[in-house]
Ligand binder design. Structure first.
Ligand code: PPS
Length: 302
């Protein structure tokens, strides 16, 4: 991890093509080292943080970091950004160690590891080792809006086009990491047979972060003192994370914050500022068809 030049802004990298990979849409930055990803050797105490892109990965990652390492590794929180401390397993980004390399070198126990892979593509050692898996889901409309703005500002994803084009692609399932619909329901189904999976919702975290921290502690078997949990809940507030250079991605070289910040709004219901009435009707109709066979329910406002 030493010798990383995180400040070498590289906005000149050209946008990648969308490719079809194992039945889902992808870009090469997540498939270039596929064999190493698939063969990744998980340890029983690893914790996998799985999400569809823009569903609250960084938020939950930071909560877990503070729960586990707040007292023991305070320096790591001030000297290394979260995308190094919680490696993005399948990522093979220019001028950075790969996610697998970072994960293999992680000195912490547990290792916190992030993935956006749909459930069927998660390396099998995580299941074999019965690792704890935390999945965060976000309602489709806000998730799409956040993904749109992110795609505008990060050059590791295909050009999003305008909002209308992007929303149509979202419905047509032409998104990196595949369709939102299959992603959220795939992990939901997995939870029915794999008891070490904690399924969370972004909207619940916005509504009551303290309650979600509490539930995380109980899933993880942590007996964190109440004052500590309160401190953590305050420390992971949107404004605190936006100000914190180790959690706001300001040192990540492939993003252009002049277009849109990583910590953008952090709200439930921002979709109302983007969807036209016609788009909303079309989306709802399509959504109903895609999601009619699942028991999974989302809040699009709180
Ligand atoms: S990524 O790139 O997929 O890892 O992004 P991810 O971290 O999953 O999602 C980014 C969105 O989460 C919001 N966020 C938060 N909201 C509220 N409170 C806190 N603490 C917080 N941390 C991150 C972030 O602002 C992105 O959502 P939008 O809607 O774009 O603001």
């Amino acid at each position: 991890m030493e010798g990383l030049n995180l400040s070498s802004i590289n906005q000149s990298t050209s946008r990648p093509e969308l490719i079809d990979f194992e039945g889902i849409s992808m870009v090469r930055y997540f498939t270039d080292e596929w064999e190493k990803v698939q063969k990744f050797q998980a340890r029983p105490d690893d914790i996998l943080i799985a999400t569809y892109p823009k569903a609250g990965t960084t938020w939950v990652s930071y909560i877990l970091e503070l729960l586990y390492f707040h007292n023991t590794l305070p320096e790591s929180q001030t000297s290394l950004p979260i995308f190094i401390r919680v490696p993005f397993l399948e990522a093979v980004f220019p001028e950075m160690p790969t996610g697998v390399e970072l994960a293999d070198k992680l000195p912490t126990t547990p290792r916190l590891i992030k993935t956006h892979l749909p459930v069927q593509l998660v390396p099998k050692s995580f299941w074999e080792q019965n690792c704890k898996v935390i999945y965060v889901a976000r309602n489709a409309k806000d998730n799409a809006v956040s993904y749109f703005h992110f795609s505008r500002m990060v050059n590791l994803l295909p050009e999003p086009g305008n909002w209308n084009t992007f929303l149509q692609n979202f419905m047509d399932e032409k998104m990196v990491f595949g369709p939102w619909y299959d992603h959220v329901s795939g992990y939901w189904e997995k939870k029915q047979t794999y008891s070490n999976l904690h399924y969370m919702f972004f909207e619940d975290m916005v509504e009551n972060t303290g309650r979600e921290v509490e539930q995380l502690c109980s899933f993880l078997g942590l007996s964190t003192p109440a004052e500590e949990k309160e401190r953590i809940t305050k420390g992971v507030h949107f404004d605190a994370m936006k100000q914190n250079d180790m959690t706001n991605y300001s040192t990540f070289s492939h993003m252009d914050f002049k277009i849109s910040p990583f910590m953008r709004k952090g709200k439930v219901g921002d979709w109302k500022n983007h969807f036209t009435v016609a788009q909303n009707e079309q989306f709802d109709e399509h959504y109903w068809r895609k999601m009619k066979n699942t028991t999974l329910q989302f809040h699009t406002e709180i």
